[in-house]
Design a protein around this ligand. Sequence first.
Ligand code: FES
Length: 145
Amino acid sequence: MRSIVASHRDDRGALLPILHAVMEEMGHVDPAAIPILADELNLSRADVYGVITFYHDFRQTPPGRRTVRICRAEACQAVGAAELADRATSRLGIGFGETTADGAVTLEQVFCLGNCATGPSVQVDGRLYGRVSPERLDSIIEVSA
Ligand code: FES
């Protein structure tokens, strides 16, 4: 943690680049890091906690082995994202922001993946899928689980 901080200490608004680096390195921002970051950056713990909880991309718990993200923004909603959301939550038995009990899959909702023209869009571990039907979502989740 301290080496990540050291490599970004001189960045403008260092907290965000540091949190992104922590996510990249560790997959989540452990709450135990909050006092370290606050101390290193001369911020209050509340300041650090506020930033971590404001941005949904900063997880405080480790993700599953695979992360399935479903776009729920307007363009995707117009072409079936709500049906995909229902399918994913019932198929996996978890809600958004949760991980299956076996640690296989974390399900997240996002609000635009930059793939609006070919929605509804789903992303699995960074790989983008467009025009995802409920049946195709089943196979994507099957491969992910
Ligand atoms: S609205 Fe879903 S990718 Fe943009």
